[in-house]
Ligand binder design. Structure first.
Ligand code: AMP
Length: 368
């Protein structure tokens, strides 16, 4: 996450994806415009980085110019009038390629096309790095689009927030601050499920337990359930691809959630990475990992006790229980380190009464 002035932004589009989009866009320009000696017209300030990348990839003769669109209030009319500043080239009859960093509502493009037509240009093409189809209100055809993006406020790669952020080589989106996303962590039997039920009511969050979703699928004999069962019965982890897809689908079922309690997820670094990407695509992030810390022997006793009533095969057999705890330490406990590095790890004593433990967790959550 980064801060520009008073606002926070989360990573959205990595530079390699942008580079790839520009490669493809430039290929098309080379195909269409070779031999036409086009004038590339970068619209300042935002397009300088994109313009440079496009021009570097154009293999034939061309000219490059940069212009600004300035607004002033006309004397006769109260309507805003736009003026093109900085165009020195004679563009009469020339093929022009407008280079924009982003096309949003399309107002700027519409003005530009009008002005260029008045100047007697030849063919005018529009190339933009980013395009927001949901925001676009005009009819003008956009000839070359690097990437379509949702209607979000973005910075980086030439785009700014109040002057800052243009130098960032990745693109970031405005963070929506209203989500609380908790990773409830701890070994099997630590009490994650019990606490999640209390916390979801208290903080109005959606509780997703990957273990519960797997068990629901096993009970209903779905394809996913059949696949997961063989691993779960042995106390092993279900493969990442399966678990990650399932988790993404569960999150997508709750588009209006104020936040989530992830219980039993992530359990591997790949899962943690993918959770970060998923939340980032929603302008959010993991707020904290809160971990219930409980001694191993207490865990074994708790799970054997639970197995008498839970009906869970993986609670009934002490060797399976011990394997789940071992898997936790071998494969999952590294995530403590992962979130600690981001200053997001909070350990909480998981031994005591239910209400007492809720209080300890709430102290952490209220401080976020
Ligand atoms: P739990 O109810 O969280 O103890 O999960 C029960 C079992 O479901 C685990 O022992 C795993 O076999 C499987 N499982 C649950 N969550 C995950 C996950 N995030 N990754 C892989 N396997 C999982």
């Amino acid at each position: 996450m980064i801060t520009l002035h008073d606002l926070q932004f989360t990573p959205f589009i990595a530079e390699d994806k942008i580079t790839k989009a520009i490669d493809d866009l430039a290929d098309k320009l080379n195909e269409d415009l070779t031999g036409q000696k086009p004038v590339f017209l970068g619209i300042l300030n935002g397009s300088f980085m994109f313009a440079s990348e496009v021009v570097k990839r154009f293999n034939d003769d061309c000219e490059v110019s940069f212009v600004k669109l300035a607004s002033y209030s006309g004397t006769e009319t109260t309507n805003e009038v736009k003026e093109l500043i900085g165009l020195q080239e004679d563009v009469k009859g020339r093929t022009i390629v407008i280079l924009e960093d982003i096309v949003d509502t399309g107002n700027t493009i519409e003005e530009l096309l009008k002005i260029l037509k008045d100047k007697g240009c030849g063919e005018v093409k529009v190339a933009t790095l980013f395009f927001k189809p949901e925001a676009y209100t005009k009819e003008n055809h956009i000839d070359y689009i690097g990437m379509e993006i949702p209607n979000k406020f973005i910075v980086g790669y030439g785009l700014d927030y109040d002057g800052l952020g243009r130098n960032l080589t990745d693109v970031y989106q405005l963070k929506s601050n209203n989500m609380t996303n908790l990773v409830l962590f701890g070994p099997p039997g630590a009490g994650k499920g019990t606490q999640a039920e209390v916390l979801k009511e208290k903080y109005d969050l959606v509780h997703i337990s990957t273990g519960d979703v797997f068990r629901y699928n096993i009970k209903n004999a779905t394809e996913l359930g059949t696949l997961a069962k063989s691993y779960i019965d042995k106390g092993q982890l279900v493969p990442d691809e399966v678990t990650i897809d399932m988790l993404n689908a569960e999150v997508d079922k709750n588009p209006d959630a104020k936040g989530f309690i992830f219980d039993g997820f992530p359990r591997t670094e790949a899962q943690a990475e993918s959770l970060g990407e998923l939340l980032s695509s929603k302008g959010s992030e993991v707020s904290a990992m809160v971990a219930l810390e409980v001694d191993d022997e207490v865990l074994v006793q708790r799970l054997l006790e639970r197995g008498k009533t839970s009906g869970r095969a993986d609670d009934a057999d002490e060797s399976v229980i011990r394997n789940r705890i071992k898997v936790y330490y071998d494969e999952t406990a590294i995530l403590k380190n992962y979130y600690q590095k981001q200053d997001k790890y909070f350990g909480v004593d998981g031994v005591g009464g239910i209400a007492e433990i809720t209080d300890r967790l709430s102290t952490v959550i209220d401080s976020l």
